[in-house]
Design a protein around this ligand. Structure first.
Ligand SMILES: C[S@@+](CC[C@H](N)C(=O)[O-])C[C@H]1O[C@@H](n2cnc3c(N)ncnc32)[C@H](O)[C@@H]1O
Length: 185
């Protein structure tokens, strides 16, 4: 996507309010704890807020500045950037409710994933993986509306383990949670 188009899209972007995919990922945060956690594409801050109670340091990132300004669940450490690009730190847990819809263009940064729903998720994952601590866990939400197996193959190509740990059928799609770990963890 041309950066001038991205800037126009971002100017129109709005906070993504917690939805089925958010709540599904939230169910998988129960029992997680540690030193540091990163919520990529933190949106309203709903998930970041949950992580705050069990992690010492929690960072949220979002590419949409409007979103971070509007956040319904305000959190302390939020950064406006692509995925984890601005960070120089490893995390015990990384989460992301991806923009996974297969779309020809990126009209809504909150939901549109580009071709086969892979383009933006691959960008986000490529930036996130170097920030996963050796024993860390990266959970992301994707969907049957995208080439989720292609996304899992992409993670494997980066020399990480990836497996589907849960699925949830909705009326029009199936939500999928993928867990990523280092090969030797
Ligand atoms: C599906 S929404 C999820 C929001 C929130 N985490 C939730 O679960 O309700 C995806 C979020 O990712 C953000 N986003 C999209 N592309 C991104 C990127 N390349 N880097 C960081 N955030 C991005 C969007 O602005 C949006 O807030």
């Amino acid at each position: 996507m041309k950066s001038s188009n991205l800037q126009k899209t971002l100017k129109k972007s709005e906070q993504y309010l917690p939805a089925e995919d958010t709540f599904f990922l939230a169910d998988h945060l129960e029992g997680l704890s540690g030193d540091s956690a990163l919520d990529i594409g933190c949106g309203s801050g709903y998930l970041t807020d949950i992580l705050k109670s069990t992690f010492r340091l929690v960072v949220g990132t979002d590419i949409s500045f409007n979103t971070l300004v509007e956040q319904n669940f305000k959190t302390q450490n939020v950064i406006c950037c692509n995925s984890a690009d601005a960070l120089n730190l490893d995390f015990d847990v990384i989460i992301c409710n991806l923009p996974y819809l297969a779309t020809d263009e990126i009209i809504d940064v909150a939901t549109d994933g580009g071709k086969d729903g892979l383009e933006i998720p691959q960008k986000i994952i490529s930036s996130a993986l170097p920030h996963l601590s050796k024993q860390g866990k990266f959970l992301f939400v994707t969907s049957s509306l995208s080439d989720y197996m292609g996304l899992i193959d992409f993670v494997h190509s980066k020399n990480f383990k990836a497996k589907i740990i849960d699925r949830k059928k909705l009326f029009y799609e199936e939500l999928i949670i993928v867990e990523v770990k280092h090969l030797l963890s």
